[in-house]
Structures are given as structure tokens and as C-alpha cells.
Design a protein around this ligand. Structure first.
Ligand SMILES: [Ca+2]
Ligand SMILES: [Cu+2]
Length: 348
């Protein structure tokens, strides 16, 4: 009898624990904002469970599918992209030299090309970055080299190359920064880059399964929601939204969490390696909790890319439409580009 009682108590305990575990794993709702002041210019992202990716038949690319359930813990996120003024403060405080300002070695270059590619000429080993130039005429958009040019001397301070400047662009997002530059800035700020899952949870702004960070309506030429590209890409940007290249941060309405430019303006680096097939690999299981992406980049090492999210001033539905919250992209971690920047997060 005593034995039976002990058994009952023990199993009640086990059931209780199991019940508690189920309860706590179901308690995946948003976390209320902690009391006290927010860190400067950061918004509270309540986290919780959400649908990551999409099954939408139109617009979405294969790498956004299938939609699946993900849960992330709450965190603070920069309400806007890191600006030139902020990046300048970091560089002045630390003496940091960005990737685009360093002279690459032949090995640096060969890391990013298929094995057997002839080594670069010595005179080509100069610091630089990729600058966007509209094409003079409409072109076949399969060949990106028509509008991206490797530009010696281009860097965050000279975003369009020698002779260009960030003067008057203090409040514009910094561009021509590598993934390593973004990590260096984040570390200095006692922050970090968001994971891809955190970024998407934040971009959705509390909306459920909507195609855009602002909801259902497509881009409006009369009431533009974001800094994107209008007109034939990449020859003629009519800039109906008011901006041909980057826009000062906070030029458009924020999303439901108070975050600006989660669509368009500049792409934003995330911490994860990029795997276009990641969601298919996940689709077998239940809720994925706080995913950090693949441990190693898939495919050959010269193809290793880091996640970029949010699209840029070069996005338009005719070409890539990756300014949607589920859209994904990967970038070469050590190349600066005219349309890539970042923002940071901090765990409470
Ligand atoms: Ca624009
Ligand atoms: Cu795009």
C-alpha cells in the first residue's frame, strides 16, 4: 500500500512536470516590455511564436518556403538602420578600418572564386567595393555585372567611389560595410546582429502572415510605404518615393513594433549563414526555437554567404520584390555594396 502510494505520488509528480513542460512550451506568447527606460533608439520586440516564411503562390521565391512555426525570445532592436553619423562615431572611437578600406591579398580574392580560377594581377589588389550604376539603356537583368562595378576607393566614406562623400548624409544608413564591419560595430555597441528569425519576427511587426511589413496593400505611388525602386530596372529609377538611392532613416512610417525601413532602403546583415534550402530541411519537425541558422555554410566554401534581409532601394516587383518580410538573400560577407547596411539587437 505504501509502495502504491509512493508510486502514485511519484507519477503525479511526473505528470505534473510533464503538464508544466507542455504549459510552458505553449506559453510562447509575447513577452511584455520590461519596466524602465528603453536603450536609446531601440524598440522592444516581444518575441513569441510566429509563422516564418510563406506559402504564398505569387511573389515569393522558393527559399521562402515552406512556412513553418518559429519561436524567438524577446529582444531590443535598433529602431532604424545604423547611420553614417553613428558609424563615424564608432570609427573615430576605435580607429576601425573597414574591409573595403583594406588592401586585399590574392588569397582573399581566391577564397571567393571556384578552385582553378587564375590568381588576380598584383595591380588589381586594391581596396574597393561594389558600386551600383543605372544602365544607360534597358538591359537583360540576368547579368548583374551590367549595373555593379568593382570600384577602387569606394568605402563607407566614399560610397560611390573617389570623389563621392557622405557629407549631408549623416542620417542615411551606412553602406559599403562588410558583415565583419557590422559585427565589429555591434560588438563595440554592446549589441549583436539579429538572427534571421529575430529579424523576420521583428519585421512582421505583430502582423500575422502578411505579404508586406505594413500589411496587405501593394506599394502605393501616391502614398509610398518604403524606399524602393520605381520604373524600369536597372536603367531608369523614377524615384516616385522621393529617393533615387538611400533615404534618411525614418523617412517612411514605422511597422507595428516601431521599426523603420524594415522594407527597402538598405539590406540588413543578419548573423546566420545563408542556406536557401534551410526551410525545407526544417519542415519535418515542430516549432523551431531561437534558430541561429546552419552551423556551416552549405555548398562549396567559396560560395559561403551571410543572410541579408529587408531588400533595398533597388527592389521592385518586376525584378526581385525581396522587400517583403519573408524574403531572403545571401551576401558575400566581405564585400561592401551600395545597398547593404545593418541594424543591431540586444537581449534583455
Ligand atoms: Ca526609391
Ligand atoms: Cu531586391
Amino acid at each position: 500500500m505504501k509502495k502504491l502510494l509512493l508510486f502514485l505520488i511519484a507519477s503525479a509528480g511526473a505528470f505534473g512536470a510533464a503538464y508544466y513542460l507542455v504549459r510552458s512550451s505553449q506559453a510562447a506568447g509575447p513577452t511584455p516590455r520590461p519596466a524602465g527606460a528603453a536603450p536609446p533608439e531601440m524598440a522592444w520586440i516581444p518575441g513569441g511564436e510566429f509563422t516564418m516564411g510563406t506559402n504564398a503562390a505569387d511573389l515569393a521565391w522558393p527559399e521562402e518556403k515552406p512556412a513553418h512555426r518559429v519561436r524567438v525570445h524577446a529582444f531590443w532592436m535598433d529602431e532604424h538602420e545604423v547611420t553614417n553619423a553613428q558609424f563615424k562615431t564608432f570609427v573615430e572611437a576605435t580607429g576601425y578600418v573597414t574591409t573595403a578600406e583594406r588592401t586585399p591579398t590574392a588569397e582573399d580574392i581566391l577564397k571567393h572564386v571556384p578552385p582553378g580560377t587564375p590568381p588576380p594581377r598584383k595591380e588589381d589588389l586594391v581596396p574597393g567595393a561594389l558600386v551600383f550604376h543605372p544602365t544607360p539603356m534597358p538591359v537583360d537583368t540576368r547579368d548583374v555585372s551590367q549595373w555593379w562595378s568593382w570600384t577602387p576607393g569606394a568605402c563607407w566614406k566614399r560610397p560611390e567611389g573617389p570623389g563621392s562623400t557622405i557629407e549631408g548624409r549623416d542620417r542615411h544608413p551606412v553602406v559599403q560595410v562588410s558583415w565583419d564591419d557590422a559585427v565589429a560595430y555591434a560588438t563595440w555597441s554592446a549589441k549583436r546582429l539579429p538572427t534571421e528569425a529575430e529579424w523576420e519576427c521583428a519585421a512582421r511587426g505583430g502582423l500575422v502572415d502578411k505579404p508586406y511589413v505594413w500589411g496587405d496593400e501593394p506599394f502605393s505611388a501616391t502614398r509610398p510605404q518604403a524606399n524602393l525602386w520605381q520604373g524600369p530596372f536597372p536603367s531608369h529609377n523614377t524615384a516616385i518615393d522621393g529617393f533615387e538611392r538611400t533615404a534618411p532613416v525614418k523617412s517612411f512610417a514605422p511597422n507595428g513594433f516601431g521599426l523603420y525601413d524594415m522594407a527597402g532602403n538598405v539590406w540588413e546583415w543578419c548573423s546566420d549563414w545563408y542556406d536557401p534550402e534551410l526551410y525545407q530541411k526544417r519542415s519535418s519537425g515542430g516549432v523551431v526555437v531561437d534558430p541561429t541558422g546552419p552551423d556551416l555554410p552549405p555548398g562549396p566554401s567559396y560560395m559561403a554567404r551571410r543572410v541579408e534581409r529587408g531588400g533595398s532601394f533597388l527592389c521592385c516587383d518586376e525584378y526581385c520584390s525581396r522587400y517583403r518580410p519573408s524574403a531572403r538573400h545571401g551576401g558575400d560577407p566581405d564585400t561592401g555594396m551600395s545597398h547593404v547596411g545593418f541594424r543591431c539587437v540586444r537581449s534583455p
